[in-house]
Design a protein around this ligand. Structure first.
Ligand code: ZN
Length: 61
C-alpha cells in the first residue's frame, strides 16, 4: 500500500479545506410577512403558504 512521503503541512491542509464548507440553501421571501423562507415550505414566522394559513404559530394565539 502506498504511503505518503511527507506529512501534509498545516497550510496545505487548510488550503484544501477552504472548499469544505456548508452552503446556504435557496431562500425566497414570504409573500405575507416578507421573512426569508425556504421555497416550497410554509413560512415559519406567520405559517403562510401560497396565501393560506396552513400552520398555527405561537405569536398569533
Ligand atoms: Zn410569513
Amino acid at each position: 500500500m502506498a504511503v505518503p512521503f511527507r506529512r501534509t503541512s498545516k497550510t496545505k491542509k487548510r488550503m484544501r479545506r477552504t472548499h469544505l464548507k456548508k452552503e446556504v440553501g435557496a431562500l425566497t421571501t414570504c409573500s405575507k410577512c416578507g421573512a426569508s423562507i425556504r421555497p416550497h415550505r410554509a413560512c415559519t414566522k406567520c405559517g403562510n403558504y401560497k396565501g393560506n394559513e396552513v400552520i398555527k404559530t405561537k405569536e398569533e394565539k
